[in-house]
Design a protein around this ligand. Structure first.
Ligand code: UDP
Ligand code: MG
Length: 344
């Protein structure tokens, strides 16, 4: 694999002064996480580039190849020949969209950054509206979908209740029906990049940083090629990461559940004692004992599982491994690894 790809030119480090100049010149950075999007990439650029050109500002497109194995990287490098504004990062394997976005953010040169999906579900035509709001003085302009009826019922249902639950047990206000498609001022990007955590629930982090935020509403179209990278198992793990990153409620409620179960057990014991006094010893009792044992066993296992979820994440943070590894970078003048990565 590696040998087919041009060697990254990143090692040709330029002077710090030149870096600074080049960074100051770019106004808008578009970040595109890419995992097996070969089928739709050409169409994506065909729509994105005219929009960016029409804005009359200096821009860069940072594509983060998140361990694609369908030739997306080779295609990107080919597109780069005609599109000098395109910069490419290639991660050493599939790290997941949130990590891919973080890698992109760490390489942003622009005064503002727009993360956008490669499947054209985030219409590039919306970018001018985002930029307009940014110029009005907002630091974060997020794109809110007017409807999401292109998705399956189960997915919409689970998303809705997940975000409701998230809202209930954390104090991070995540705007409803909002993906990662948004514009972030450079100030916000710099803060995001500096957040040290490895479990990166981007939507939560976006909301956590605050700043002046506003919304732009759009209709989310269907994926125009390829298929979604999100299986239900992946979504479930995503939800677990999200909640355990931003809330300790699941750790704490168990003491209350324990108290409630104990009170109930105490009352039940009183009731049984009373019953024995009135009726004498009744031998059958097998059912109630089994119910109590199984119920408490279940509660204990759940509790242990929840402690495990958090412990696993603490472990993950403590290990201190880099968030991602780069296999190559193309188009970057300065060596961003000097700035804030990889030792995180
Ligand atoms: N993606 C990625 N890494 C992954 C999964 C997805 O970089 O592990 C990218 C994908 O190529 C696309 C974007 O993230 O550009 C959104 O993915 P997808 O369309 O599968 O998500 P959905 O729209 O279903 O939420
Ligand atoms: Mg999609």
């Amino acid at each position: 694999m590696m040998s087919q790809i041009n060697r990254p030119e990143a090692s040709l480090v330029s002077t710090a002064a030149a870096n600074h100049l080049s960074r100051g010149q770019i106004e808008l950075s578009v970040i595109v996480p890419i995992h097996n999007e070969n089928a739709g990439l050409k169409e994506f650029f065909a729509r994105l580039v005219p929009v960016l050109e029409g804005l009359h500002l200096t821009y860069e497109i940072i594509c983060v190849d998140d361990g694609s194995d369908d030739g997306s990287l080779e295609l990107l490098l080919a597109i780069r020949e005609q599109l000098p504004n395109l910069k490419v990062l290639s991660l050493s394997r599939n790290f997941g969209k949130d990590v891919a976005l973080t890698a992109g953010f760490e390489h942003v040169s622009g005064a503002a950054a727009v993360p956008i999906d490669a499947d054209l579900q985030d219409p590039p035509e919306l970018i001018p509206q985002l930029v307009a709001k940014w110029r009005e003085g907002f630091d974060v302009v997020y794109a809110t979908r007017a409807r999401r009826d292109e998705e399956s019922l189960l997915r919409r249902f689970s998303a809705k209740y997940f975000y409701r639950l998230f809202d209930l047990i954390t104090d991070i206000p995540i705007p409803p029906d909002t993906g990662d498609f948004r514009l972030l001022d450079r100030r916000v990007v710099d803060v995001l990049v500096r957040l040290p955590e490895r479990t990166r629930f981007m939507k939560g982090l976006f909301a956590w940083v605050g700043f002046r935020q506003t919304a732009v509403v759009y209709d989310r179209p269907e994926r125009h090629a390829g298929r979604t990278n999100w299986t239900y198992w992946r979504l479930w793990n995503f939800a677990l990461d999200a909640i355990t990153s931003f809330s300790s409620v699941p750790l704490k409620i168990w003491s209350y559940v324990g108290v409630a179960v104990s009170i109930f057990a105490f009352l039940y014991a009183l009731f049984l004692a009373g019953l024995t006094l009135i009726r004498g010893v009744v031998v059958p009792g097998y059912a109630s004992i089994m119910v109590a044992v199984l119920f408490l066993g279940g509660v204990q296992l759940i509790t242990l599982g929840i402690v495990g979820e958090y412990l696993a994440r603490v472990y993950n943070e403590v290990k201190g491994r880099p968030l991602y590894l780069l296999r190559g970078r193309w188009g970057f003048i300065d060596d961003a690894s000097d700035r804030h990565h990889p030792p995180r």
